[in-house]
Design a protein around this ligand. Structure first.
Ligand code: UDX
Length: 435
């Protein structure tokens, strides 16, 4: 099939490359000149494991091309994916301006009947708006589909090539047939296919992200109680998780959830529920606990250092999670902001995200060599659980820091080894050791 993908960010680019890998003719459209220029040179504009190899393959075969010209992208397309950003407005509602713009580009440039697949995460009922808009803006028949993605950054290529589910919402039977054809290469025993109405698909995506965030906030609330009582939050999570009705995943306490999706999706879900007449107080609490998880880390650092002013604090990990260079809504950067406000001298190190961290937080000092950052530090904080931080040379670190204090915001390190090397260790969700 001939496919246009509008918006080649984290979701759109992986989707476009996967569809090209499955043999479709794909044109990726984006208005960001630097992104298109990088892709035309064959270089992925952000770090995502496996993406560069996949791009090499599909650019080599000619199945994937890029353009900034909407008419060229939409001309003759059987379907168009909308994969643009839906950031939060000040009142929490999703800002759907980019979705509207993408839909107008399809309407204005369609050369025949077309299937429009809305992949951006949007509030329930967005499809009604799009239906109305297409009815006015084009003479062609537009079959509208909501097919939210469940990609995790850092594992997006793997998730896209081997999805655990495909969700297709549409009120048009022919659209369902076409979508089955499009997704045929991934449909197998390990992938469940959900064929539902369009509102159910839209709502399901918000429900999934909100529930995952709820699990994380539950773990973070538990962490506070464990710290106060002497219990161990990871052991509690293991015990809970061994009950298959609960499941162990997303019960890791830490600095709270971040990233492009959860923070804005929680706000948008709460806002749309409120607009529909249901006050979703549970989501409010999830958001509040998430803020509290970061504040708990700030309090621990203050408590350990007494006066934070002018103390050097090294933050290890700046991306919102390991395996990505994405720093959007990163808890580490929020921690850097909070500590800087308190007068600390904050230095950051990340295996992939240093460049993007400085762009997001100008003035943040970053180091490529974490031992250089640790030199003279009064406190080291593990913010993101990059696997390489597990192998820190603790003896070397002990020799160069001013104060041997490690705050483990992700419970990554081995407590015995840290304490054995002479550090005070302040984990998450269990009492500090050697403080
Ligand atoms: C999420 C959803 O998982 C994915 O299905 C959806 O398509 C997009 O949003 P992503 O934002 O890539 O994916 O990250 P995810 O792995 O879900 O982690 C989100 C945040 O939660 C990260 O900051 C992570 O560190 C945090 N987290 C996750 C925890 O604090 N504890 C956990 O147990 C799990």
């Amino acid at each position: 099939m001939k496919v246009a993908v509008i918006g080649v960010g984290h979701v759109g680019l992986v989707t476009a490359a996967t569809l090209a890998h499955f043999g479709h003719e794909v044109l990726g459209l984006d208005e960001d000149a630097s992104k298109i220029e990088s892709l035309e040179r064959g270089v992925a504009p952000f770090y995502e494991p496996g993406l560069q190899d996949l791009l090499d393959e599909v650019l080599g075969s000619g199945k994937l091309r890029f353009t900034r010209d909407a008419a060229r992208a939409i001309d003759g397309a059987d379907c168009a994916f909308i994969c643009v950003g839906t950031p939060a407005r000040a009142d929490g509602e999703a800002n759907l301006l980019a979705v509207e713009k993408a839909a107008l580009a399809v309407a204005g440039n369609a050369t025949g009947d077309i299937v429009v697949i809305q992949k951006s995460t949007v509030p329930v009922s967005t499809a009604d708006r799009l239906h109305l808009m297409f009815a006015k803006a084009t003479i062609h028949n537009v079959r509208l589909v909501s097919s939210p993605e469940f990609l995790r950054e850092g594992a997006a290529v793997e998730d896209s090539l081997n999805p655990d589910r495909i969700l297709v919402g549409s009120d048009d039977p022919r659209a369902h047939e076409l979508m089955k054809e499009l997704y045929a290469p991934v449909l197998g025993d390990s992938c469940r296919y959900f064929e539902v109405d369009i509102h159910t698909a839209e709502l399901a995506k918000h429900a999934c992200n909100a529930f995952l965030a709820l699990k994380i906030s539950f773990a973070n609330a538990l962490a506070r109680v464990c710290e106060a009582s002497g219990a161990d939050v990871d052991a509690v999570a293991d015990i809970m998780g061994s009950d298959h009705r609960i499941g162990r995943e997303f019960l890791n306490a830490g600095l709270g959830y971040g990233g492009y999706c959860f923070p804005k999706d929680l706000l948008a879900f709460k806002a749309v529920a409120g607009r529909l007449g249901y006050e979703f107080g549970l989501l409010e609490e999830v958001i509040k606990i998430n803020r509290g998880a970061l504040q708990a880390a700030v309090d621990k650092i203050k408590d350990a250092l007494w006066n934070v002013e002018s103390k050097k604090i090294l933050l290890l990990g700046l991306s919102f999670k390991p395996g990505t260079d994405d720093v959007r809504e990163s808890p580490s950067l929020n921690l850097a902001r909070a500590l800087t406000r308190l007068g600390a001298n904050v230095v950051g190190h990340d295996p992939q995200a240093n460049k993007f961290a400085v762009r997001e937080l100008p003035g943040l000092q970053v180091v490529d060599d974490l031992y250089e950052g640790a030199d003279g530090a009064h406190c080291i904080v593990i913010c993101t659980e990059w696997p390489e931080f597990k192998d820190l040379d603790l003896v070397r670190l002990k020799g160069i820091v001013t104060l041997p204090i490690i705050v483990d915001g992700r419970n990554l390190l081995n407590e015995e080894a840290v304490v054995g090397a002479g550090f005070s260790y302040i984990p998450t969700g269990r009492p500090p050791v050697n403080l």
